[in-house]
Design a protein around this ligand. Structure first.
Ligand SMILES: *Cc1c(COP(=O)(O)O)cnc(C)c1O
Length: 398
């Protein structure tokens, strides 16, 4: 492997669907990753929000190693202890109204299950989703994903999907009818630039769904597991959904998707209605149990709230000083800085200075660091940002 040109191999052999950063990572620990030259980066991209408990979290690594040497494969048609332990654990941390779990391998799959079970339970054909939504790129999830850039080449998508403006309850009220099986929504929109809906909005969504007998699906794939400063972003509004989608960091870096629903809803699935060969495999379950334990034991939810406050107050200060910043927003450690120009040069500058960031669209910086960061990492991030933003501002206006 030493002499292999990894970048060339990937560029030549991997499906050309990823916007690549010019960086080759080979090692990670907590909030730090290293490239092959040994250069160290502070990872505020957080593996697109997956590295919730940090890279190579020791308790997760230990759980994986122990489970890997015992049993990795056990189809859900047989019983397994690691799976049963995880099922109890996840139902412990979701609202008590949730009673049953479906296990898969990704966020998009968690959404597929939610959409299918909503159709099955209600017998209704229509789904209402939001403008700006992101739910994944398989055909069902893509049908609920708004961005035309992702959709247009693949039409026709599934019938029955419509979109209403996010955070606008009167438009939603007009669109939800007795034919609507479910409304699917991110309690905080991620991909479209970290949009937190106004106070009271999600309660209105709940009421509208209840009025029409429509199920409410919360996609907490990005906002969940403490990211927003509460265990679930829905807790900020006190709204309980009927179905929840969870993925990204749930298994500490092992691929896993989880759909939880009220018992009566999930029970509408009959034998064979929806299955997955690798879903619920013991390795992912053991990793997920260790991840949830770590989040709870280390009180990462509180840490995310605290560090998020520090980071976002740093952003507010910066936006007063720098006119190229248009807006700063978000909750907990799900934050965004919207600039008045393309962020790509800024991302590259930050990378050179050892800070790994993520974008949302052309002009938004997104921050999804591990929830394990402390004051030192917040300070370092703010310092590097201040440097690259000042430099960019000078280059543009002087
Ligand atoms: C990442 C994400 C998904 C899709 O997850 P994949 O694992 O990439 O399929 C769905 N919904 C939201 C809100 C996400 O952030």
């Amino acid at each position: 492997m030493n002499e292999m040109d990894v970048q060339n191999v990937e560029d030549g052999l991997l499906a050309p669907v990823y916007q690549k950063f010019p960086i080759e990572i080979f090692k990670g620990k907590d909030f730090t990753v290293w490239d092959k030259s040994g250069k160290e980066y502070l990872d505020f991209m957080g593996g697109y929000g997956v590295a919730i408990v940090g890279h190579c979290n020791p308790s997760v690594v230990k759980a994986i190693n122990e489970q890997a040497s015992k049993l990795m494969i056990c189809h859900c048609s047989m019983y397994n202890d690691a799976r049963a332990i995880f099922l109890r654990k996840i139902l412990d941390v979701v609202p008590s109204q949730m009673g049953r779990v479906y296990l898969s391998n990704s966020g998009a799959e968690a959404v597929e299950c939610a959409l299918k079970v909503a159709k099955k339970y209600t017998g209704r054909k229509n789904i209402v989703a939001m403008t700006g939504s992101y739910h994944g790129k398989t055909f069902g999830a893509l049908s609920a994903t708004w961005n035309p850039k992702y959709r247009s080449s693949f039409e026709p998508l599934l019938p029955g999907f419509s979109f209403v403006p996010y955070a606008d309850s009167s438009e939603l009220e007009k669109s939800v009818t007795e034919e609507t099986g479910a409304v699917i929504i991110e309690p905080i929109q991620g991909e479209s630039g970290v949009l937190v809906p106004p106070e009271g909005y999600l309660r209105e969504v709940r009421r509208i769904c209840d009025d029409k007998g429509t199920l409410l699906i919360f996609d907490e794939i990005q906002s969940g597991l403490g990211r927003s400063g509460r265990f679930w972003a829905s807790e900020h509004s006190g709204v309980i959904p009927d179905i929840m989608c969870i993925a990204k960091g749930i298994a500490g870096g092992v691929p896993m998707g989880v759909t939880v629903a009220r018992d009566d809803i999930m029970a509408s699935f009959k034998l064979g209605d929806h299955t997955s060969t690798n879903g619920g495999n013991p390795l992912a379950c053991a990793a997920a149990t260790a991840t949830l334990d770590f989040i709870v034991e280390k009180d990462l939810v509180n840490n995310a709230a605290k560090m998020g406050k520090l980071l976002s107050s740093g952003f507010s200060d910066m936006s007063k000083e720098h006119r190229i910043i248009r807006d700063s927003r978000g909750q907990g450690l799900m934050l965004a800085l919207e600039l008045r120009f393309e962020v790509k040069p800024l991302l590259m500058d930050a990378l050179k200075k050892g800070l790994l960031l993520l974008y949302s669209g052309r002009n938004i910086l997104r921050f999804l660091p591990p929830l394990t960061i402390g004051l030192a990492q917040v300070t370092q991030c703010l310092e590097i940002l201040e440097e690259v933003i000042s430099a960019e501002e000078k280059a543009r206006f002087n």
